[in-house]
Each structure stands twice: as C-alpha cells, then as structure tokens.
Write a protein of this length. Sequence first.
Length: 628
Amino acid sequence: MANIINSTDLHQKSGTSSDKKTKTTILLIALFSFFAIYVLILFKMQVIEGAGYRMQSVNISQRSTILPAQRGEIYDRNANMALAINTDSFAVYLTPGEAGADYDSVAARLAQYLGITKSEIDARVESKKSYTSYEVKAYVTFDEISNIAENITDLPGVSWASKPIRNYIVEAKSLSHVIGYVGDITKEELKVMYNSGYTSNSVVGKMGIEKQYDSLLQGKTGKEYRTVDVYGKKISETPITEPPVMGNNLVLTIDTTIQKLAEQALGERVGAAVVLKPSNGEILAMVSYPYFDANIFNTENASKEYTKLEKSSNNPLLNRAINATYPPASTFKVVMSTAMLAEDAMPSSKEIECEGYLDYGGRTFKCHVGIPGHGYLDLKNGLAESCNVYYWTVGRDYLGVDLISSYSKDFGYGEDLNIDLPSSSAGFVPTSQWKERRYHEKWLGGDTMNLSIGQSYTLVTPLHVANMMAMVTNEGKIYQPHILKEVRDSVTDEVIREYDPKVLHSMDIDSAVWKEIKEDLRYTVTDGSAQFPLNNKVVQFAGKTGTAEVSGYTNSWHSWFVAYGPYDAPVEEQVVVCVLVEACNPWEWWAPYASNIIFQGIFANQTYDEAIDALGFRYLVRPMGRQE
C-alpha cells in the first residue's frame, strides 16, 4: 500500500513540473510575441512611416507665411514699351497673440497710422488670442510703413511685407480693354482655381490679357518658415525662406504708336477701331470708347470704382470691338459681291436700274439716295455707290437666303473668332429655318432684301468686319486674330513660346473673283460716294463704307468703314482698318475720316496731329466732351 502511495505522489509531482514548464513556455512565447509586435510597431513608425511623422512634427513646430510672387510684365510688340508693370507696395499684418493684453491699444494706434478705423482691423482679425498673422491693410505706401517702423516698439505683433501692385501705362488708356486689370481672388473664383495652386490671398486677372493668360503671369509664390510653440507663438526670429519666382513676361502684338493714333482718330466718340495684319491675324490696335483707367483698381476703393463704371450709361467696361454687336450695313455688300461672282449667279457687267425705290410685297423699299435714284448700275458701280436697289435685286432674285447665309458663315460671321481675350461675341447670321423656329413665321422675300444690305437680323462685331476684309486680302483665308506674340522668361528674357498663326477659315474661290472684288473696292474709294473723306496721297487703300439704321435714334445711324492698304503691296505689308462710330454720337459720318487718319499716320509715319493737317481735316476736328 505504501508503495502505491509513493508512486502516486511521484506521478503528481511529475505532472506539476510539466504544467510549470508549459506555463513558462506559454509566458515566454507571449512575452516574445509582445516584444516582436512592439518592435514591428516601432519599425513601422520609425522606418516606414518615419518620414511622415517627421514632416508632421515639422509642420506642428513651424508656421509658414506666403511670399507673393510678382506678376510677369506685359510689353508691346517691340518689347520696349511696358504696358503693365509692378510697383512697390506693402501689406500690413497684425498677430494679435503677440500683442496680448495690449491688443486693443495696439489695434487703435495701428489704425491711426493706416488711416482706417479700429473696427476695420477687428473685422479682419478672427481671434484676439491667435498667433496667426492677419492682413489688416494692403496698398500701404512706403511713408506709412516708415511711420509704423519708427513706432514699432509700441506696436507688438505688427509686421509688414512687400505686396506689389499693378501699374498700367497711362499714355494709352484705350488699352484698358485689351490689357484688363487684376484684383483679389473671390470665393467663387477660388472654388474653380484652387486645384491650380491659387489661394485665398491670390491676386488674379479680372479682364483682358491679365485674365486670359493669368496662369503665365502668376509666377510661383515663396514661403517664409518660422519655428513656433504649441500655441503658435514664434520661438525663433530667424526664418527659413523659399524665395518667390516672378511670372513670365508677355509680348503683345499691339503697336503702341498705332494704338495711340487709333485712339485719337476715334476720339471721344462711342464706338470702336481695330487694326490688324491680315497675313497672320496680329492685332496692331484695338480701341473701344469709352474706356477706363485700370489703375483705379489698385486702391482700397476698387469695388466702389467698379460699381461706378458698371452703372455708367455708356458702359466703359464693354469692349465694343469684340463684345458688342451691330448690323453690318453696307459693309455686308462685300460678302454679297463675292457670293454673286463665286456662284456665277449674275454677270458683273449686267446693269440693274435704280429709280430710288423698289416695290415688293405691297411695300416700297427706298434706296438711300431717293428719287430719281442711281440709274443703271453694274456690280462695280453698285458697290461704289452702295446702291440698295442693286443688292436687293441680287439677293432676292439671284442668290436667296440660303446662299447668302452660307457665304456669311464662310467669312466668319455668326461664330466666335477665338481671339485670345476672355470673351467675345459670335454675332448672328439668320436663316429661314431659324426664323420659322424663333418667330413661327415664314421667311419672306422682304427678309432676303433686308439681309442683302446688312440690316435684317444679322449682327457682327467690328472684329468680324475687319476679318471679313482680311479674307479678301488673303484671297480666301482668315487667320485667327490674336494679341499674344511671345512669352518670355522674366529673368533671362529668353523667348519661351511664340504664337503660331492658325487658319480660322478658308474658301476655295477662283483668284479671278478676288481680283475683281479688290478692284471694285479700290474703285469704291476713288470714285464712290465717299471720295472726299477717303482722299489720300500717301497710301492707296480699298474699302467699303456702311451706314446702319438704328431704332431708338432720330436721324442717326451707325457709321462703318473697313479697308485694307497699301492696295498694291504684298499682303505681308498690308493692314486692315475697321472703324465703327455708334448712332448715339452726333451724326457726322466719322468712320471713313477716322480710318483715313489711321492709314495716313501709319504709312506716313505721322502723329495724329500731323496726319489731320496733312489730310486737311483740322477744321473737322471739334472738341468733344467726355461721354460717361
């Protein structure tokens, strides 16, 4: 019995020892596993994710300040006349946390130095305890900064930084529609542009070239880093700086001499003038009156100035050269003549009698000369005399609405010309189907007659009409009009990109047609109804007048003239000039006079005053009050 008990004891002792070993093994495995997991976590945090944590640590301990980049500058076609440059200016900032308990007194003193109210500063500061720097005023002068610097010991938390403002050439204010202006980015703009690197402090183009090529002009902002504590308070006064990079410079196709000439030739008359090179689509001058001084937007009152311009009766913000549309009037007869010859619809030698009127559909259509009319006219004289009866007959009896509309579109009418400005009007070309859909009325022969003389529903911009004449000079080709010539590096002045001319429209028409159209347009200038205002001994040009009836004005019409010259020169040496004077001006048929002045100034290398004296127009130039 004793032996059995001893054996059992031994067995129990052996079991207990085995359990202890198992528990020890399990404990060791658990400890090893825990240690292994800990090592893996440390490895992941320090090696795999270490860079991210280190960056997060840096971000927590650093605060960055944006250093605005200067916008690229804008120059004329010769790259020697600056049209938009940067002028030194400053922005003042307040860090309320650094002012501490003295915030209110600091803000009050700062407001006095800046010429604003304390409440204006309070409105810009989101938290009086924050160590964030808030911009309290921009467009601060050097004298104001000097005054603040002299009293900086009494202004804890106040700092300033350079914030360049845009300065525009004042010698040719008519460039305001072309160059445009800049302003602070709006919330709506930021929503669209945020992914392109723009911030709430960005200054962006609002109109013209400044807006069209904003991404090229912007440059790259810099940053200034400072070490701060957990509350955002600066620990180190020595910043780490990433300097900003200035934007690219732009060289435009604009010739400032021609721009100034066109500006003065149009004068203070509501309207527009366009000068372009037909051989490549370069815009040499673009004037729209009334214009505005873009420098008014470089002030704290920019929004008020904009509202004032917006409410002005003649809308100075409207670029009438590309955004306003008008009936093309008799300039449209160039399209009609081309269609008639290209379609061989009627011999150009065939004569049509003008008795001063044409009865049709129970209505009498009166020619502009009245009774007894022009008599018998062929195409050349019909164009020269701008005879409505002649073109009414051609349109109604020989071409028809479909052909007229088709040729209009071939000349670029009724579509956006894709000029490199933010917006331009496509104008409008009617068709018989359009009238039926729009008014639920059938297109009538009387509609075709009105369409044939550029009245009816057709609407064009001055740029459309200039491009129409470019089609004639190029004998069936229109280039996309453009204002950008080159993009240059702002540091090295190296040409980064040149504009490559693009064909916008082409027409496969026999050269004999274009030759006859050109000859008839020259004859229109030398022997037509506008011989006197178009007389020029320096340069021969060919063109067409137009007088558009306008409802709402008594005995007043839009005055058109479009021409190209020198008539006998290669197309590479020619320019197209188009002038429109709106009906709201006192009637004086000024468009042909203004165009002649521009041609005289360009090809005689004369100023406006020299040109009007050479042409004998001095007595016609009368002082005009600015129309707002």
